[in-house]
Design a protein around this ligand. Structure first.
Ligand code: PBE
Length: 575
């Protein structure tokens, strides 16, 4: 039977597209609100030197959860500071606090409502199941389109992922309030709201708080995922370490996350019944804390207000001094950071995320003729889709024109001589790869696109396969990074190898792992080494452990890219 595929994905695409346009104003508003709230929290937390917050947190943990834990807090926070992860930690705490806050504000009322109305409960439960089990990565995709890259889509995705326990536990807590208490309240003639706030909620509080605690922990577990779309903090540190296979830094950042998890967990668990309550009243402690927070918020708010330069119309002010980057391990990211130094762009930041997020952000800005600066490279379909220009780079921070090399593992020549020959002879032009990229971008399946290109370019492909022994079903594993250029090239060469008798597996990884994989033989090869400058660091590190088969494409270029409607020409204009 031949049942056509149901175009579910297409429907979702259409829906998301419609929502993006119809609710653009609402999303912009929400982005501003969430960003400002987060900024306030970060400002308050980072007022004064770190030691102030360290002491306050230590005292708070000691007060709520006994002094040994206070000492643990002190030591672990001092260690975080010493290792250089303080700023990231503050960012992470702020993100988790804000997601937690949103969870409480929305989750508890929904939980109460679903405890009171069975219909609500019946509707909410399957939605919660869905939200909790749908891989959180999936929320990130529409989130980027709705909110742009940065911290906001990360917070929203964490919130969706984390809210379920609060709703479920609130519902449970309220339902578990013994019936005789409700009857007693009824007998005294209490109104519904009196019953709720004077009887049900107080009795259910421990259960509700357990839910909130779970939500906070889940939000914390999302920080690495959120960093894929540009959320800063410890998650970004971990992601960066993965993408550069930096074991040491990965461990340091991971350890910091563990410390913060323990601290937040203990505080949120014991907030209601602090251990030392008989020594100092809860009310006093929390009042002092509240006053402290409010005063700092007001003071930092005022000092900031006066610091803002009112008539700043520079490109920097228009773009929030932010350039949109890609995967943290990409060579172009190191180059962009170098440019920031070389051109002394002190107040500029390079947002980390992914190539897909960068492209989404570019499209959004371009559609609204807004100023935007991205890290871009050619060949790339974006130059044929939009009117873009490279900013001039007189200091050559992004290197000069480059080439892409094919690199294979040692021993491939003996194990699969035919594949080796094909990989060695693989060579094409920017115009070729661009054609493939445009088709893939227009939503053609990469493998099909590759086949189409091969059929249309038989002569070229014949040169690559010339004299190559046919394979006998040997397995060839090619590593690549999900950059548009490499999705195109890897798929084409994979199809060519397949048509010559090899069983090819493409394995998508981060940059560091791609080089390491070929070097340690767990991947057979890759066609994605940008040299001499872009991937020089990785190349140097592993060059003794793999075989460089030379150039497969000439004439690539990296740099900062802006739409032509922007009135700047050179990186120097960013100052
Ligand atoms: N790129 C595309 C990569 C190499 C291929 C420019 C994004 C990089 O910067 O590492």
């Amino acid at each position: 039977m031949n049942v056509p595929k149901i175009p579910l994905g297409d429907w979702v695409d259409v829906l998301v597209k419609w929502v993006t346009i119809a609710f653009a104003g609402f999303f912009a508003f929400l982005t501003t609100v969430i960003e400002s709230l987060l900024n306030i929290i970060v400002d308050v937390l980072s007022v004064g030197p770190p030691i102030i917050l360290i002491i306050i947190l230590t005292l708070l943990v000691a007060y709520t959860s006994r002094w040994p834990l206070g000492i643990f807090t002190l030591i672990s926070l001092l260690l975080i500071d010493n290792l250089g992860y303080w700023e990231s930690s503050v960012q992470t705490i702020a993100i988790v606090l804000l997601s937690g806050l949103l969870t409480i504000i929305i989750g508890i009322p929904v939980g109460i409502w679903s405890a009171q109305r069975n219909t609500v409960h019946r509707i909410v439960t399957p939605i919660l199941d869905f939200m909790q089990t749908m891989p959180a990565f999936v929320y990130l995709i529409p989130s980027i389109l709705f909110f742009g890259i940065g911290v906001v889509p990360g917070i929203i995705a964490s919130f969706i992922f984390a809210i379920a326990p609060t709703i479920r536990m609130t519902n449970l807590g309220i339902k578990e309030v013994p019936n005789d208490l409700i009857e007693a309240a009824d007998a005294f003639g209490s109104s519904n709201s009196q019953k709720l706030f004077k009887v049900q909620v107080p009795i259910a509080t421990p259960t509700i708080m357990a839910g909130v605690n779970q939500s906070i922990m889940l939000a914390l577990s999302m920080v690495v995922t959120a960093s894929l779309v540009g959320a800063p903090g410890l998650g970004a540190d971990v992601y960066r370490a993965v993408s550069q296979i930096d074991v040491g830094r990965g461990f340091e950042a991971g350890l910091s996350i563990v410390f913060i998890a323990v601290i937040l967990d203990r505080i949120s668990q014991n907030l209601r019944n602090p251990v030392y309550e008989n020594m100092i009243k809860k009310k006093i402690v929390f009042s002092i804390l509240a006053v402290l927070i409010i005063v700092t918020a007001i003071v930092t708010g005022i000092t900031k207000e006066t610091a803002v330069n009112k008539d700043d119309n520079s490109i920097g002010a228009q773009t929030d001094y932010r350039m949109i980057g890609i995967e943290p391990g990409a060579g172009i990211m190191a180059q962009a950071n170098k440019a920031i130094k070389d051109y002394k762009l002190d107040n500029w930041q390079l947002a980390e995320g992914s190539s897909a997020a960068m492209v989404a952000e570019l499209k959004k800005a371009y559609d609204h003729k807004k100023p935007i600066i991205v890290t871009g490279w050619a060949p790339h379909w974006m130059f044929s889709t939009y009117d873009l220009k490279f900013l001039k780079d007189p200091k050559k921070s992004f290197g000069a024109v480059e080439e892409i090399h094919t690199i294979v593992r040692k021993g491939l020549k003996q194990d699969a001589p035919g594949a080796y020959t094909i990989l060695d002879q693989f060579n094409w032009k920017p115009a070729d790869i661009e054609k493939v990229m445009v088709d893939i971008k227009d939503r053609m399946d990469p493998a099909d696109t590759a086949k189409k290109w091969i059929t249309a370019n038989k002569d070229k492909v014949a040169q690559w396969t010339n004299g190559a022994e046919a394979g006998n079903g040997e397995k060839i594993k090619l590593a690549y990074v999900a950059w548009d250029t490499e999705i195109a090239s890897s798929n084409v060469i994979a199809q060519v190898l397949k048509q010559n008798g090899y069983e090819v597996r493409l394995s998508q990884v981060e940059v560091g792992p791609m080089f390491a994989g070929v070097a340690n033989g767990s991947a057979d090869g890759m066609v994605a080494a940008w040299l001499p400058s872009t991937h020089n660091e990785y190349y140097k590190k592993y060059k003794d452990d793999f075989v460089d088969l030379g150039i497969n494409l000439n004439g690539t270029k990296n740099g900062l890219v802006v739409p032509k409607y922007m009135d700047i020409d050179s990186i120097e204009d960013l100052k």
